[in-house]
Design a protein around this ligand. Structure first.
Ligand code: SF4
Length: 497
């Protein structure tokens, strides 16, 4: 979610006339889009802002803005801790950033604006998307659950859903701009339909399955993914829509968090381990080659060795293709922070290592089962540092697995599609060193090669003004923390992506 918000922030600023700073250059404006669900987010933010203090002293015209979850949580105390910050804005009013920067510059006074409720869907704002071939599409914001370890509901508010027409219009426009893959995004994506922003639209529990089916009718859209669903609300109509809609990818990332029913209850996660396992059984019955991935938290307050053994048991039975594992640590402001039974770090670490060892072994075995299979890859950029040494390129299979492949003599580009045969496996990636079975140049590959990005925003130095996407203000350069592509990785203890 924050990654996509960063694309919106970059788009807003580019539309207002700012230009992205070249790599390594000193930016005139630095924006921190913060995530409070990450461990030590406060320390990291204030550490990073402190590093900028000397530059701010030597160049008072430089501006620093802090937004996102931490800003929503800390409000004007950001300025007490770092008085050299120029703008503080929250999760509900990211559209205000250009105006706040302008006001701070004009009035020479720091601006703090935190809205308590969503002012407009971020999707209605411009976006400077990072990828020519894959795009996030936000379908809802907020979450109606109250998991005790999670700060998201306090900072993002109750769930509000976009209308299907809005979402599908955005998807169609992205596809018309060359995008081949979209990832539907929501804190609790399969609850979509419980609370439309448009009061004319009635609650519709079938809305998410219907949305997947509608995505299947969009010509040129080759891959549809979604993240993250909640097991308590995962219904069979979604499985059926996944299985019967050809462009919906055979992959499911569904957070388990714990395999112990007692811990799930303490987390206020309303499903139980058997229900979770039942869902993935039905998914595999409908899509035998589906890759299922999850999030797991180790060391939740009060977790006993028996509880942890239950998690290991579910991991053995579920045979996840991959798992994002987190050591529980206190997030101030969450109910779990005040629970008795906080575990010593050494206990959590030891369990974490046992869990990683088991999961890596399973992931490796599952990946070995892929050897000899033919896979279709959407070629990606920068998915593996090894590629330069080995002359391999990287791509994602339809089931989301990362594959490093040999392009041979072909001039393969990111955004193109290849098919190849898996020749080797490691726990976290696959290798395909044989000849390509097929290679298809795509519109997305053309767009990537030319530097065009969906929404009309080009690379640094691109003359977007000529295409009418920038406002033409002065030549300020913009420094944004790096943002990535829709991929399986995430580092959050919530359903935030
Ligand atoms: Fe909502 Fe996910 Fe956070 Fe639970 S973990 S409160 S479902 S965002």
């Amino acid at each position: 979610m924050n990654v996509h918000d960063s694309e919106r922030l970059a788009g807003l600023l580019e539309a207002a006339g700012y230009r992205r700073a070249a790599d390594g250059a000193d930016a005139d404006v630095v924006v921190f889009n913060t995530c409070a669900v990450r461990e030590n987010a406060d320390n990291k933010l204030y550490g990073n802002i402190s590093h900028l203090a000397p530059r701010k002293r030597s160049n008072p015209d430089m501006q620093i803005a802090v937004g996102g979850c931490l800003a929503q949580k800390d409000k004007d105390s950001v300025l007490k801790k770092a008085p050299w910050v120029d703008v503080v804005f929250g999760t509900h009013n990211i559209g205000s950033l250009p105006a706040l920067l302008e006001r701070a510059r004009h009035n020479q006074v720091a601006q703090v604006e935190i809205a308590e409720a969503l002012q407009e869907f971020p999707s209605s704002l411009p976006a400077a998307r990072e990828s020519a071939y894959a795009a996030w599409v936000s379908i809802s914001v907020g979450c109606n659950n109250s998991c005790t370890f999670c700060i998201v509901p306090a900072l993002r508010g109750k769930e509000v859903d976009r209308s299907p027409d809005d979402i599908l219009a955005e998807v169609r426009s992205l596809v018309a701009d060359g995008v081949l893959e979209i990832t539907l995004l929501g804190q609790n994506v399969n609850a979509y339909g419980v609370s439309f922003a448009d009061p004319q639209l009635p609650r519709n529990r079938a809305a998410f399955a219907e949305l997947l089916t509608e995505c299947g009718r969009i010509d040129g859209l080759e891959r549809v993914r979604f993240t993250s669903p909640h097991p308590a609300e995962f219904t069979d109509d979604v499985i059926e829509a996944m299985a019967t809609t050809p462009n919906v990818c055979p992959t499911l990332h569904m957070p388990l968090q714990s395999g112990s029913d007692r811990v799930l209850r303490a987390m206020r996660r309303s499903y139980r381990a058997e229900r979770y396992l039942g869902i993935i059984d039905r998914v595999r019955t409908a899509m035998p080659h589906a890759a299922i991935t999850t999030d797991l938290i180790v060391g939740f307050p009060g977790e006993t060795e028996e509880d942890f053994a239950a998690t290991l048991d579910v991991v053995r039975r579920a045979r996840f293709a991959n798992a994002f594992t987190f050591q529980y640590s206190i997030r101030p402001g969450t109910p779990a922070a005040d629970l008795d039974g906080q575990l010593p770090k050494a206990v959590v670490q030891e369990r974490y290592e046992r869990l990683i060892e088991l999961q890596d072994q399973i992931a490796w075995e599952e990946n070995l089962n892929q050897v000899g299979r033919t896979v279709e890859l959407l070629v990606a950029t920068g998915e593996g540092r090894k590629d330069e040494r080995t002359a391999r390129m990287s791509g994602r299979a339809r089931d989301g697995r990362l594959v490093h492949f040999a392009p041979g003599a072909q001039q393969v580009r990111a955004g193109d599609i290849v098919t190849t045969t898996i020749t080797g496996a490691a726990p976290h990636h696959l290798i395909a060193d044989g000849d390509l079975l097929s290679y298809r140049r795509t519109r997305a590959g053309n767009a990537h090669a030319s530097g065009h990005r969906p929404g009309g925003v080009g690379p640094p130095g691109d003359d977007a003004d000529a295409r009418g996407v920038r406002g033409g203000a002065g030549p300020l350069s913009l420094g944004m923390p790096a943002i990535g592509r829709p991929a399986a990785a995430a580092e959050a203890q919530g359903c935030a992506r």
